[in-house]
Design a protein around this ligand. Structure first.
Ligand code: SAM
Ligand code: SF4
Length: 335
């Protein structure tokens, strides 16, 4: 008799089939909304090794997780990233492997990512003005990112997508330029409402807040937008811009809460399984991996993941007028 595998379901009846897996908390940028200028990163011994990440990915895929997104920090600065992607992509039940990157090294890696079997690439791009891009990322070189995007376009990935965090006084005036840049290249673009993760000093998040409705209003003079009915399995709600093949999406953690359809969990680079982006509920898988008998590790990790589903919170509560409730930065969370 064959047994169907245990599938992951949380206490609110939501099926969890998507893992965001952070492979490093380090980054070559210091985006103002994501990190403080002066960051302390994890000691290397606290970061999961190649084999430990592989084991966790194996546990999740055997529990019915079909999609894995590799993230960070900046995943392309991890030295063994390509062989790791290749290993994960070959896992039997995995249907899709994607990566989120700042694209600073994408020109160099695009072909290798394709060869490793990566299906989709999400690229963060908040400005098309070089000086402003440098201010927002504190270290970034816009041209390297644009070169990375052009290189990636050559390899026929299932999808390339852009993500922009919209900030009232930094890039709100560029939403049409950014959208045009994406749509003219048949690339989807999503605008994200900034989330209060970690204490930052560069700007006041409540002052910089731009809602998705305001963004659509700013786009209206140039783009005729109609809502798409496609269910993407992600938090982005897409709108079709008339005359273009690709779409404009809005990720609205404040103005259009998407928690009811949440299908994901996150693993931090240090092996902490986070059940919700906006809450601290978590399980330490690293200690379990490092302290268990090797022949029992996989089954113990699988059981810990199944058990963790019971503490997945129903929703996040973000309030931009209060000090952040979640003190970890997005690079530590695995965006
Ligand atoms: N370094 C890669 C990158 O930038 O694409 C991957 C990691 S980054 C943490 C993942 C995504 O999180 C990026 O699209 C970034 O814009 C977004 N992000 C970071 N901090 C955020 C915040 N406070 N609110 C909303 N999105 C944020
Ligand atoms: Fe680095 Fe991505 Fe965070 Fe920017 S958003 S600092 S690129 S991890």
């Amino acid at each position: 008799m064959t047994h169907s595998p245990t599938l992951l379901e949380d206490g609110f009846g939501r099926r969890v089939d998507y893992l965001r897996l952070s492979v490093t908390d380090r980054c070559d940028f210091r985006c103002t909304y994501c990190m403080a200028e002066d960051m302390t990163f994890l000691p290397r011994k606290d970061v999961l090794s190649f084999e430990e990440i592989q084991l966790v990915a194996e546990a999740f895929t055997s529990l019915g997780v079909k999609k894995i997104r590799i993230t960070g920090g900046e995943p392309l600065i991890r030295r063994d990233i390509v062989p790791l992607l290749s290993k994960i992509r070959k896992m039997p039940r995995l249907e899709e492997l994607s990566i989120t990157t700042n694209a600073s090294h994408l020109a160099q890696y695009a072909k290798e990512l394709k060869d490793a079997g990566v299906d989709r690439i999400n690229i963060s791009l908040d400005s098309l003005k070089a000086e402003r891009f440098k201010t927002l990322t504190r270290h970034g070189n816009l041209q390297h990112v644009l070169d990375g995007i052009e290189e990636a376009r050559k390899y026929n990935f299932k999808a390339l997508k852009l993500n922009s965090v919209a900030l009232k006084n930094f890039n709100f005036d560029e939403v049409r330029d950014l959208s045009r840049y994406a749509l003219e290249r048949d690339i989807d673009i999503s605008f994200i409402e900034e989330m209060p993760l970690g204490e930052i000093t560069s700007h006041a998040r409540n002052i910089e807040f731009v809602s998705s409705a305001e963004l659509r209003q700013a786009l209206a003079p140039e783009f005729q937008l109609s809502p798409c009915s496609d269910i993407t399995g992600g938090p982005s709600k897409y709108w079709q811009a008339e005359g273009y093949r690709s779409r404009i999406g809005f990720i609205s953690p404040h103005s259009e809460n998407f928690c009811a359809s949440c299908n994901r969990v996150r693993l931090t680079a240090s092996g902490r399984l986070l059940l919700c982006l906006g809450n601290e509920h978590s399980v330490d898988l690293r200690t379990l991996i490092r302290e268990s008998e090797p022949d029992q590790t996989l089954s113990l990790v699988k059981q810990a993941i199944v058990d963790a589903m019971t503490i997945k919170p129903e929703k996040h509560h973000f309030d931009l007028n209060e000090a952040p409730q979640v003190l970890r930065f997005m690079n530590a969370t695995g965006g």
